[in-house]
Design a protein around this ligand. Structure first.
Ligand code: FES
Length: 106
């Protein structure tokens, strides 16, 4: 179970345990850190996170739908090169130690 460190919008640290094979959005939602209102369809943007830069590569490329959603968010919040939708990332064992910040919500 990879251990994931998340900083919420107040800068408070949360240590979560993820299940390999689950979407990264799931432990974030279960902890109450994101709403994930679309249930993982890359269409609400409420699971927007800023990944720790060292972890970008391990999380793979943005999906096409994710790219469109992030473009849409840009009008409202800062979208960074490390921006991802947590619902589009699958947790793997080698993500142990991963860090991220919850992005501001619209
Ligand atoms: S849960 Fe809606 S975009 Fe990720």
């Amino acid at each position: 179970m990879p251990k994931i460190t998340v900083f919420d919008l107040d800068g408070k640290q949360h240590i979560l345990l993820g299940n390999s094979g689950d979407a990264l959005m799931e432990p974030l939602r279960d902890e109450g850190l994101v709403e994930a209102t679309c249930g993982g369809a890359a269409s609400c943007g409420t699971c927007h996170i800023y990944l720790g830069a060292d972890w970008l590569e391990k999380c793979g490329e943005r999906t096409e739908d994710e790219g469109y959603m992030l473009e849409g968010l840009e009008e409202h919040v800062e979208v960074k090169s490390v921006s991802r939708l947590a619902c589009q990332i699958t947790i793997t064992d080698d993500m142990d130690g991963m860090t991220m910040d919850i992005a501001p919500q619209i």
